[in-house]
Design a protein around this ligand. Structure first.
Ligand SMILES: Cc1ncc(COP(=O)(O)O)c(C=O)c1O
Length: 395
């Protein structure tokens, strides 16, 4: 039996350790401190945005977005169902309604045509989710938002450092939300960021993030004491976590290069299996520059997906499925009467998807073992190749 290959593995080096010890020595434990400020400066510079605020998670950045835009009962926000729970719950907490629409079967991202079809007089915002670090079709989505005067909140939890049409994900819409959760490319353990180019939105967010006070203004010396000015919450992370994030950002290029090598090895290694029609490879649009966050392929026959996952697990490989669609989850069914068949592409993709281990220090040997195991599992149904090119081939 091969030693277990986990799905995720944290890549922490001497730089992160040194950064945390330095922060401890400096007593940098609180939030909104000098290290957090450095991370925010770095994000502003990299993404080319006017404002960046660190948050305690991407979920909190999304909640901050919903609060800053004053979403309220009666408002609708269009988003995919193929996403993480908090993409939707962030707007539900404000009393607004998530309107789930179907995805593009090739990219697993929001389908702009579906967005347009679901706009009503109650629509306030579009919330694209950049799955796996591949940008949604932001030109089309931006055009729809402009024509209908809607906000765009980008859920770029998985998208830091990736681009669409040369523009950084998270920096294209009105607000971008990022995650530094331990499973992401750049981590702090927990943590997130909220970015915007809009001064008014930024001012509101800055207050909400600091318990509804103008403490940030006070810290900048703009007022002589701080006080309660709005409804708020506590979304500021400790500088200790910011220290980890800063050290990780220093290594971002290296981390992405290593992840890219892993991603491409899977893509080339699984090519023949895709030509046989057993699986569908991930597809990357020409406009997208990836950050190689996820490697996910689909099993052509969804009925076999769970068997393949079980067999991979039995062989010590931490492969896994991904999002259980939100529209067919118990909460959405009960509250808004959704049925699974309302979003057929989402259901099909979710039922057939497999994510493979991907991290900078995954060895070539382990990856070869994973690829060989997948061939082995499908060998029982050895069919003749039906295509000379794999379906959905890319890169
Ligand atoms: C698409 C998406 N949105 C939001 C989140 C929430 O991020 P966080 O764990 O930082 O709250 C995640 C995390 O997995 C995600 O994948």
């Amino acid at each position: 039996m091969h030693t277990y290959i986990p799905f995720n593995h944290v890549s922490i080096g001497a730089e992160e350790r040194a950064a945390v010890l330095r922060a401890l020595d400096e007593g940098a434990l609180g939030g909104n401190g000098p290290i957090g400020a450095q991370v925010q400066e770095r994000l502003r510079g990299m993404l080319g945005v006017r404002h960046a605020l660190l948050t305690t998670s991407c979920s909190h950045a999304l909640e901050l977005a919903a609060m800053a835009l004053r979403l309220a009962p009666g408002d609708e926000v269009i988003m995919p169902s193929f996403t993480f729970v908090t993409t939707a719950s962030s707007v539900v907490r404000q009393g607004a309604r998530p309107v789930f629409v179907d995805i593009d079967e090739r990219t697993y991202n929001l389908d702009p045509e579906q967005v347009e079809q679901h706009i009503t007089p109650a629509t306030r915002a579009i919330l694209p989710v950049h799955y796996a670090g591949q940008g949604c079709e932001m030109d089309a989505i931006t055009d729809i938002a402009r024509r209908h005067r809607l906000y765009i909140i980008e859920d770029a939890a998985q998208g830091l450092g990736a681009r669409y049409g040369g523009r950084y994900l998270g920096a294209i819409g009105d607000i971008g939300c990022f995650s530094f959760h331990v499973t992401k490319n750049i981590i702090g353990g927990e943590g997130g960021a909220f970015v915007t180019n809009d001064d008014e939105i930024a001012e509101k967010a800055e207050i909400i993030r600091e318990k509804g006070t103008n403490r940030s203004k006070y810290l900048r010396g703009e007022v002589d004491k701080y006080t309660w000015v709005d409804v708020g919450s506590s979304f500021v992370p400790s500088d200790l976590l910011a220290a980890v994030i800063l050290a990780q950002l220093d290594r971002m290029e290296q981390i992405h290069r290593l992840r890219q090598a892993v991603w491409q090895r899977y893509q080339h290694g699984l090519h023949d299996l895709a030509c046989h029609g057993d699986i569908i490879l991930p597809y990357i649009q020409p406009e997208a520059e990836m950050n190689w966050h996820i490697y996910a392929f689909r099993v052509s026959d969804p009925e076999r997906r769970d068997l393949v996952l079980d067999e991979l697990k039995r062989r010590g490989i931490g492969a896994t499925f991904h999002f259980v669609p939100l529209h067919s989850a118990p909460y959405a069914r009960a509250r808004w009467g959704y049925r699974a068949e309302d979003l057929p592409v989402t259901e099909r993709v979710a039922a057939s998807l497999i994510r493979l281990p991907i991290y900078p220090d995954l060895t070539v040997e382990d990856q070869e073992y994973i690829i060989e195991s997948i061939y082995d599992i499908f060998a029982s149904s050895s069919r003749r190749a039906t295509h000379s090119e794999p379906v959905n081939a890319a890169v």
